[in-house]
Design a protein around this ligand. Sequence first.
Ligand SMILES: N[C@@H](CCC(=O)N[C@@H](CS)C(=O)NCC(=O)O)C(=O)O
Length: 319
Amino acid sequence: MSEIILHQYPQSPVAEKVRVGFGIKNLEWRSVEIPRIPPKPDLIPLTGGYRRTPVMQIGADIYCDSQCILRELEKRYPEPAYYPANEHHYSGGLSWAFARWTDDRLFAQTIKLVLAGAGDALPADFAEDRGRLYFGPDWQTELEAAKDEIAHIRAQLRGQFMWLDDWLAGQQALQKEYVLSDKPGVADACAYYLVWFIRGRWSGGPELLSEFPNLQRWEEKVKAIGHGKSSGMTGAQALAVALNSETTTAETCDKHDPQGLKPGMKVGIGPDIDGGEVSTTGVVHAVSSETISLMRESTQTGTVCVHFPRVGYRVEALG
Ligand SMILES: N[C@@H](CCC(=O)N[C@@H](CS)C(=O)NCC(=O)O)C(=O)O
C-alpha cells in the first residue's frame, strides 16, 4: 500500500485532530509542510482548489477534510477501531454526530475567540485571509465586533466545555477514561483538538480550562497517545507520488442519491459556508451518503481521485 502523506502545518488545530487519529492507530506517515496562507502551489494541483488544512494523500487518492481522512484511515487500518464498541453499542454514527457539534459550532466559536482574542497581534495578511475565511465577506466589521464580545464568546465556550467535563465525570464513574469508551476513538480526537487549540493559542485558554478537572485529566491522557511516527517529505515529492500512482477507489453509484449524482457527471464542490473559497471541479467517480469522489487531471499530478465528505459540503452539477 502507498504511504500516508499528510499535507499540513504544525500550528493547524484540525491537523492536530488527524495527528491524534494517527496516534490512536499508531500509524507511520509522511508530513508535507504547507504554507499557512495561500498560495499553496504544491497542494492546489492535488485538490483542484480546496485550500484548507489538512489534506491526506495516499498515492493518487486525495482526501479533503478531516472527516474524510479519518473515515478512510478507519477503512484501511480497522484496528484499533476509531469507533470503540462497548458491551451494548457500536459508536460509529454517534461519533460523527458528536463531531458535527465540535467541528461546526464549537470550532467556529473557538476560532472566533482565538482570532478576536489576538487583538492587533495578528499579521495583516493572516488576519485578512482568516478573516474572510471564518467571518465572511464583511469580515473587518465582524472581527472588530467580536473583539468587543470576548466575554460573551467565552461564556458560550465555558458552557459547552462544562458539558464535556460533566460527560467525562460520568464516564470516569463507569471506569471509562475516554469520551465514548475505555479506549480512545475519533470522538476523543474531535474534542481534543479544540482544547489543544484554545490552550495553546489564546492567552486566556489555560485559565478557561482550569475550571474543568475531568476535562484536564482526559486531555493529559489524549496528549499521551502521541501522533504515531512521522517523517518529512517535500511538496514536489508528494506531487511525484501522485503522478506515478493510480487511484485505488472503485467506481460506485447510489441510486437513492437525493441530488441524482452519478459517475460521469461534471460537478463543483466546496465547503457549504461563504469563506470565499474556490470550488473543486471534476467528474464524479464514486458517490454515497458520506463521500463524493471526483476524478481530475493536471500535468503535475496526472489523474487523481479527490474525495470530500457530503455533510458540510455543497455539490453543484455543472452543465
Ligand atoms: N472541515 C474541515 C476544516 C478545516 C479547516 O478549517 N482548517 C483550518 C485550519 S486547521 C484551515 O484550513 N485554515 C486555513 C488554511 O490552513 O489555509 C476539516 O475538518 O478538515
